[in-house]
Design a protein around this ligand. Structure first.
Ligand SMILES: [Zn+2]
Length: 396
């Protein structure tokens, strides 16, 4: 085994995750018939312990090094397809056409909204008319794409691009859904796949170009409920949400960063856009929301990450009056003005931390130094606190 395989974080994550997943599946799933919702009639899948064992051999084999290379290759394949993806808005429009054929006016609307119509390509399965709903990745470990065709059972998509996707009617197919969710939880990064639709073109260009494809990245959401007990959740659908290309690329980058051998920084769940907006600097500085954070930090024994506090390093916030507790920026506001590419993120909760006034004003426009930063990472950014303690902070 190569040394680098052992050292990378993804290797460790997969090693622990496969072990736990196998144990959990074997303990929780008993011999039983499961019903899968379908448009015509419900299908029955009979699940037995030995079928679960066989499915586990495909999905999470004992050899972690093989699995790791399959998983990385899988996400590289997804990344390669991102440039061909459409915007969430155009994808929703395409979804709501509910028609097999695409007329020139609808096609025009989709393209105007940031959609891309990809012609059939006989050497890529994503861009071929295949009836099978799911497209699997390398060695059938993971889900590369979900195909949507008119008339699926649960084919509603809401305004935020959320939809559910029923499992295939076989044991490995159902278990793979839970594995993808389990992996999201283990990596602390939402699993990302592709959603695909195809249409017959109004006027075929030639005998090979009769169909076009609309593709968008989608991430798994709301999965914690399905991880509690696989015996209960085995036949549940996947909850997915269409995301834009930039978000997909940053999620995939996080996954690839787990494959770096010398990574020191722990990766985090991306904070939902809604939370990020609700708790951005302008919403918490000198507001009741901000006071909630300060009260919570005082109550839970949080400390200033700096060392220039009034009475020595790392003063506890409970020993300070709230008026001398500030929200510090890791990347300063003026720095962001000089390099405008970061302007839209400067007030993001992950760029903010709680600090005493002395430490904050000593920084001016410079960055916290290495030990200061290490302590911010250790004590938590505002974003970190929201990830773990949002309900308690709201109640404070
Ligand atoms: Zn301080």
């Amino acid at each position: 085994m190569e040394l680098s395989l052992v050292n990378s974080k993804i290797f460790e994550i997969l090693q622990t995750a496969t072990k736990k997943f196998v144990e959990k599946a074997e303990a929780e799933i008993a011999d039983k018939d499961y019903r899968i919702a379908s448009p015509s009639q419900n299908k029955i899948v009979s699940v037995t312990k030995s079928r679960i064992k066989n499915a586990l051999r495909i999905i999470c084999p004992r050899s972690t090094s093989q699995l790791k290379s399959d998983v990385i290759q899988h996400f590289e394949e997804v990344r390669g397809l991102i440039p061909f993806c459409s915007s969430p808005k155009s994808f929703r429009t395409a979804w709501s056409l509910r028609s097999e054929a695409l007329n020139p006016w609808d096609a025009n609307t989709i393209v105007d909204q940031g959609g891309q119509l990809i012609p059939t390509n006989t050497s890529c399965r994503i861009f071929q008319c295949i009836q099978q709903g799911l497209e699997l990745g390398k060695n059938r470990r993971l889900i590369l794409a979900v195909r949507h065709s008119e008339g699926n059972y649960e084919d509603k998509m809401d305004d935020l691009g959320r939809f559910t996707y029923q499992p295939p009617n076989n044991v490995a197919g159902m278990l793979r859904y839970r594995w993808c969710e389990f992996l999201s939880d283990s990596m602390k990064i939402p699993y990302t796949t592709l959603a695909v639709m195809w249409f017959k073109v109004h006027q075929p260009i030639n005998e090979d170009l009769t169909h076009v494809f609309v593709v968008a990245p989608a991430k798994i959401i709301d999965y914690h409920k399905n991880l509690k007990n696989f015996g209960i959740s085995l036949n549940r659908p996947l909850d997915l949400q269409i995301i834009n290309r930039t978000d997909a690329l940053s999620i995939l980058n996080l996954i690839f960063s787990l494959n770096e051998t010398d990574i020191e920084i722990e990766t985090r769940f991306e904070l939902s856009e809604q939370l990020a907006r609700e708790w951005s600097y302008d919403k918490i500085n000198n507001t009741e929301k901000g006071r909630k954070i300060k009260r919570w930090a005082r109550k839970t024994g949080k400390k200033c990450p700096g060392i220039l506090c009034k009475n020595g390093p790392h003063i506890e916030f409970k020993d300070l009056s709230p008026s001398v507790i500030s929200f510090g920026h890791i990347v300063s506001r003026n720095w962001a003005k000089a390099y405008t590419y970061i302007l839209d993120k400067v007030h993001h909760p992950d760029n903010l931390y709680l600090t005493c006034r002395s430490c904050n004003s000593s920084l001016g426009d410079t960055f916290p130094d290495k030990s200061f930063r290490d302590n911010i990472v250790k004590f938590g950014t505002i974003g970190d606190w929201l990830r773990k303690n949002e309900p308690e902070i709201r109640k404070s």
